[in-house]
Design a protein around this ligand. Sequence first.
Ligand SMILES: O=C(O)CCC(=O)C(=O)O
Ligand SMILES: [Fe+2]
Length: 515
Amino acid sequence: EFFSSTSGLGQLLRTEVIVLKELQTYVNEIREHADLLQREINEIRAEHLTAAKSIESYLNNPVNAFRLIKRLHTDWETLEGTVESEHSRTNFLEAMAGHRQNLSFPTMEDFVGTTLAMTRLQQTYKLDVAELSSGMLNGVKYGSAMSWQDCFVLGQHLYSMNDFNNTVPWLEQSMRLLAQQSYSDEPVSLDFMEAVIGYHESLGDYQNALNLINHVLDVEPEQRLHLLEKRAHLEQLISDGVKRGLMHEVARRPEDYHATQDYLIYQQVCREELMPTAAAQRELRCRYFSGHGRSLNYLAYKLEELHRDPYIIQLHEVIGAHESVQLQHLARPVLQRSEVYSPTNGSTAATFRTSQGTVFEYDEHPIIEKLSQHMTLISGLDMGFAEPLQIANYGIGGHYEPHMDSFPESFDYSLQRFKTNRIATGIFYLSNVEAGGATAFPFLPLLVKPEQGSLLFWYNLHRSGDADYRTKHAGCPVLQGSKWIANVWIRLSHQDHVRPCQLQRDHEVSLQYKD
Ligand SMILES: O=C(O)CCC(=O)C(=O)O
Ligand SMILES: [Fe+2]
């Protein structure tokens, strides 16, 4: 799978280089052949020009008569023979069949995933489709521009997923780009346009459909006769003033999480439209922290409070850039699509968590061991009750929608190594991210930008052991770059010495945030 992580995309680029070379070989061969045939054609045409001066006297000449007969009898057979024995096409197709087996190609799922990622970015960061398709992100040019066909294919795909809200701007952009090219005249483009006509029609945009039909008919009136009937039908619809209403005005399904207030707030936090108040920020402190049970001679951690209640801190420069990159290298060969827990299906891949990840036991490698030591010093918690370290990589558009790290009350612990809930989470950021990809706490409303080598730490549970629903959090979509994190989840067992439980439940404050 390629779309959920940037680390697989390099393979696809290599695939493209190889198949392009194959196609170039094919093109060279058929071009050589075409050149040969063209020379023959030119010679015969020149002969015909001579003949045309006086056909009768030309044919009365026995040499000319002989040559004409020879041309049509023998030469033509030879020409036909060269077409028949043209192996370029079969060679190419055979080579491609081999490549399909040996090289990496994206699947339908990759295509769906990357389409979803584009619209997710567009919506979360309120990007302008025209800007996005020109390769610009927030005013900075990152990629190459999309063609009108690219925009169209994206729109077409969204349409097939019944996502009409997002279909329309992409089709409109596709039309805008097409118009800039002063409507291409190539037959392939015309075929494409015919397909687009259907989309505009079914979306209720009859005028755009009609404009396109007229263009196609102007260029190829003879070959596109089947469009005449459709043109008459559209003209009728327009003159009758039929308005189906653009389909994108249809409301989303109300049960859709993406339509909830919760989700809107989350997106606002990702866009930094919502942030903690000045009063809340004033209370926060930065300090040097020598760690639990560590003598003051040691180098201290740079601790920054990000939130008081619930307590959320970020520790800067915990590990070095070199160690971060080394951890990425350890994980890269064994990455797999991340899964989520669902009460009905167990662990499955889901569109609301698109990343790739892998797990390591803490004693598997000295650097991983070191992360555990940092966690012990920073949190004071017993890492003997931590789940294996999880390293994850998010590609462009990769995200993890708002969720709780703690398990629900109904959770079945019977198959778990540790039978208690996740008391705390630590996220080591193993990379910076050029744009997007921050960790958002929508209810606080806090946004933490990935900073390579730093550690984000918070408690998921109240002292009573109940879930603190205010700690719901998310990984905002990555807009540019590749995001690497290492997740530490520590369980509640045997942690009383650091965070004594309270006899009285202190969880009421967060109940209003429960789903
Ligand atoms: O990617 C992030 O910033 C958050 C990740 C997260 O919440 C998780 O993996 O549980
Ligand atoms: Fe999480």
